[in-house]
Design a protein around this ligand. Structure first.
Ligand SMILES: [Zn+2]
Length: 247
């Protein structure tokens, strides 16, 4: 009996070797969540699927359904990976976006919003969008919100009081706390807290300008929230931090 085929839009998150000639490609699909699919022959470099199996590729995939793993039958590329790999800062930001989505959602967990967020982020980067702090912080906020961990930013998450006298970000409580409740949380200046709120509300085409000070505190606070939820650090964070140290 022939294997059942299904077609889906997807973005390649990563791949790993499978046997001598094949690779398993991990796809974030639009309709079926995260799917692992064998791409036959791509390790030998002669398969017409090779380009469609590259990380960051957005395409339309015809997949066959297997027992353990599915497989790629055909693929039409919508956005090739090289648009995201030519520039090092863009590559680092794309790798971070992919690892965030890969980490927050499980295999086969239906998550059309996660696919849409990743597609929007990679489209924006491939179109020349700056892979800077505003993009990265909005990405973290969107991933947290889409996964059900949207941080509370408007009032103290503990007591509901106004944050006019200062705010501390406490991942374990799910957002900003007033000074009395915030204890050990990371202190954010009013400008930094305002920037965080603006980032949570805006689209990629209207990213708010960096605050005069405190952007690094926002970066540390949000990454603290991401690692608190995941229980581990992200591999791609190292490259971002190395690039950020450059003049
Ligand atoms: Zn409070």
């Amino acid at each position: 009996m022939a294997a059942a085929l299904y077609k889906t839009e997807a973005i390649v998150l990563r791949g790993y070797p499978f046997g001598e000639a094949d690779r398993v490609i991990v796809l974030q699909t639009a309709e079926h969540g995260k799917v692992r699919a064998v791409a036959k022959g791509v390790a030998r470099g002669k398969s017409r699927l090779a380009a469609a199996a590259q990380p960051f590729t957005h395409g339309s995939y015809l997949l066959w359904q297997g027992r353990e793993l599915d497989g790629i039958s055909q693929a039409d590329i919508v956005r090739p990976s090289h648009l995201l790999t030519a520039d090092l800062a863009t590559l680092a930001a794309a790798a971070y976006a992919v690892e965030l989505v890969d980490s927050f959602w499980e295999d086969r967990q239906e998550a059309p919003e996660a696919f849409a967020l990743l597609r929007e982020s990679l489209d924006w980067l491939s179109g020349g969008g700056a892979p800077g702090p505003a993009f990265l912080r909005r990405l973290e906020l969107q991933v947290l919100a889409t996964a059900g961990f949207a941080p509370e930013l408007e009032a103290c998450v503990q007591c509901g009081r106004s944050l006019a006298d200062g705010a501390r970000y406490v991942p374990g409580r799910g957002g900003l706390c007033c000074p009395a409740c915030g204890g050990e949380g990371r202190l954010l200046s009013p400008a930094a807290a305002g920037w965080l709120r603006a980032l949570a509300r805006t689209g990629l085409d209207h990213l708010p300008p960096l605050p005069a000070a405190g952007a690094a505190d926002v970066a540390a606070a949000l990454y603290g929230h991401v690692t608190y939820v995941l229980g581990r650090p992200l591999r791609s964070r190292g490259m971002l931090e190395t690039l950020a140290l450059k003049p």
